[in-house]
Write a protein that binds this ligand. Structure first.
Ligand SMILES: O=C1O[C@H](COP(=O)(O)O)[C@@H](O)[C@H](O)[C@H]1O
Length: 238
């Protein structure tokens, strides 16, 4: 489903409310909430809102488990790190135990080795069912999501839940959840703002099926819900 909003602030509020609602529901049902954060520029406002006085006490953070959808393979103090942004806007401001946070980077191992380790962490917290309660995703101007980039072999992955590879156009390694594990989630929320996303959003939601070109098309929940929160500019209805 696609929901169109007037501006980024409205989307941030809706996304933060969905996060709280999912957390409360999962904690009441299962005693824990497993969430996947997205990187890029789009989610910072959502994270700041969740860390604000108006929101942070609505969640029992001791029962929250945080993973990421993808990461640039850079140290955690690098400005390109999705984890660094998530700490500065959210995780450093809420009472979540450090052992409940699973950053997608580790010094001293290769990205490929760490992908296998990360997958094991996901299995330990989620069990073999591998069903996250909530996955937040962004979408690049090129239709990529997480680190599922156009034309890359990772798009074909059917077995691994986590993969890492060298993204030649960006001259860096990426580590990412794969489409099969993303699609098992209870709820997937995609946020996209601005007219730079208009073309990709149109292709992803109403274009011909061609996930090699528009990887976001791979995201089709097995039994959960997929929600796009977009502004009028991204929707092309300005
Ligand atoms: O490289 C990435 O980009 C996408 C989209 O980012 P945005 O800045 O356009 O919101 C993001 O979802 C992904 O996590 C990130 O690694």
């Amino acid at each position: 489903m696609i929901q169109i909003y007037n501006n980024t602030e409205e989307i941030n509020t809706v996304a933060a409310d969905l996060f709280v609602e999912s957390a409360q529901k999962a904690i009441a049902a299962n005693g824990k909430f497993t969430a996947v954060l997205t990187g890029g520029s789009s989610p910072a406002g959502i994270y700041r809102l969740l860390a604000s006085d108006a929101y942070k006490n609505k969640i029992d953070w001791s029962k929250v488990y945080i993973f990421w959808g993808d990461e640039r393979w850079v140290p955690l103090n690098d400005d390109l790190s999705n984890a660094k942004m998530s700490y500065s806007t959210l995780l450093s401001h809420v009472p979540i135990p450090q052992e409940n946070i699973f950053e997608m980077y580790k010094d001293g191992v290769t990205p490929e080795e760490y992908a296998a380790i990360y997958e094991q962490s996901v299995r330990t917290v989620l069990g073999e069912e591998g069903k996250f309660d909530l996955i937040l995703l962004g979408m690049g101007d090129d239709g990529h999501t997480a680190s599922l980039f156009p034309g890359e072999a990772v798009l074909e992955e059917q077995t691994k839940w986590v993969d890492a590879y060298y993204l030649a156009p960006q001259k860096m390694y990426r580590i990412t959840l794969t489409a099969p594990i993303i699609n098992k989630a209870e709820k997937i929320v995609v946020v996209a703002f601005g007219e730079k996303k208009t073309h990709a959003l149109k292709e992803v939601t109403s274009g011909e099926y061609n996930p090699t070109l528009y990887p976001m098309q791979l995201i089709k929940p097995v039994s959960g819900e997929l929600l796009f929160l977009v502004d009028k500019a991204a929707a092309g209805t300005n």
